[in-house]
Design a protein. Structure first.
Length: 393
């Protein structure tokens, strides 16, 4: 679905530039060409594409575009009488620009009802209105807004299973997971962070890896890091606890806390995880570093116990704060979860000693000032969206 989101985003950016800029402005030309390029990508695998817009809802063919739930452009297009848009393979650039022009004219000058007859541009492009109420036609069956993470959970579980027996990682699939989390982060005007709860269908290690990756990418963006760096951090965050796959689950599930043997095994997981990542893929240098250092403290404490060489890598510092926050917000056999204010206070308290002060400060500021949403999981891995600002401040 990512290519669909990219096309719709470029499509509406082109409409915006055509409304704002003179026809000779190069930025307008670039926006149109970019949108046309994404249409060509869609047509590589589909002879015809169809989009339907109604109120806050968007569909691609028969499937809802969940990443664009409550997208601001859907009601704007609906109000302009653009309830649906179809494009057949073979549309020429001039025809695509003419389509955009027709939609801009409709959005700018429409007054009153429009004809139910489709507006056609050449043989390949057309748009029109739905005879039925578009809001009713596309409204979901229930009030819950969902964001599915089934494939992402399966990919991360695959990675932990591979580590447990020493086989290669599904790196390509994990990179797709990172891109998916990036799309979720920009699903509408606010930013969304998918957060899974541990349950029968979501093992603790998998939920923690995905939650840490989502938080890490949100923090990287808050800190204005480049997109490429944010994605690299997301992949490193997915893999930061991969060494835990080598520890028997029953050893970690003991009520009342870990005994000495279990604690010693846990303290080895950064070393074991880094060694595994270095052995299975030579291109995971950043992930190796983060796996080894994510329990090192900026004051020299933490573990592994080998003497540190300088401060932990900035990537390790970023992932560490996000990992600790998710761990504190999750229940464990030996302790209940902290609420969000208590977890943020604990991070503030450790700033400058346990955590890098700048990174910890950015994380706390992000939660207390940013317009964030949380995607929380149910047992079926359909993730109902809920506003979480009041719960996190």
């Amino acid at each position: 679905m990512n290519e669909v989101v990219r096309f719709l985003t470029a499509f509406t950016q082109a409409l915006t530039q055509m409304m704002r800029l003179d026809a000779r402005d190069p930025a307008r030309r670039r926006a149109i060409d970019t949108a046309y390029g994404f249409l060509l990508l869609l047509h590589e695998t589909r002879a015809r594409v169809r989009f339907t817009f109604a109120g806050p809802h968007v569909r691609f063919g028969d499937a809802p575009v969940r990443e664009l739930h409550e997208w601001e452009w859907a009601p704007r297009l609906t109000d302009a009488g653009v309830h649906w848009l179809e494009a057949d393979r073979g549309a020429r650039p001039a025809e695509f620009e003419a389509l955009l022009t027709a939609i801009v004219m409709r959005m700018t000058f429409l007054a009153g009802d429009v004809s139910t007859e489709p507006t056609r541009v050449g043989a390949a492009l057309r748009f029109g209105v739905l005879e039925a109420d578009p809001d009713a036609a596309l409204a979901p069956a229930s009030a819950a807004v969902t964001y599915p993470l089934r494939e992402e959970v399966a990919a991360v579980q695959w990675a932990f299973d591979a580590a447990s027996i020493g086989t290669p990682l599904p790196v390509a699939e994990l990179e797709i997971v990172v891109r998916s989390l990036g799309v979720a982060l920009h699903a509408d005007e606010t930013r969304q962070i998918p957060v899974l709860s541990v349950g029968e269908l979501v093992p603790g290690q998998v939920a923690h890896a995905l939650n840490t990756a989502g938080l890490t990418m949100a923090l990287a963006e808050w800190m204005a890091l480049p997109v490429r760096e944010a994605r690299a951090l997301g992949l490193a965050a997915l893999l930061h606890d991969i060494g835990m796959a080598l520890i028997p689950a029953e050893l970690l599930a003991t009520p009342g806390g870990l005994d000495d043997e279990a604690r010693a095994r846990v303290r080895r997981h950064p070393h074991d995880g880094a060694r595994y990542l270095a052995a299975v893929d030579r291109d995971l240098d950043l992930a190796v570093t983060v796996a080894y250092e994510h329990h090192r403290q900026v004051d020299g404490g933490g573990y592994p116990d080998a003497p540190p060489v300088g401060r932990p890598h900035r990537a390790s510092q970023i992932v560490q704060v996000c990992s600790v926050y998710d761990a504190m917000r999750s229940s464990r056999p030996h302790r209940p979860a902290l609420d969000a204010p208590a977890a943020l206070t604990a991070i503030e308290t450790g700033a400058g000693t346990v955590y890098d002060g700048t990174v910890a400060g950015a994380f706390v500021a992000m939660w207390r000032t940013a317009d964030l949403r949380i995607v929380a999981a149910d047992a079926a891995l359909e993730l109902p969206l809920m506003a979480a600002l009041s719960a996190t401040r």
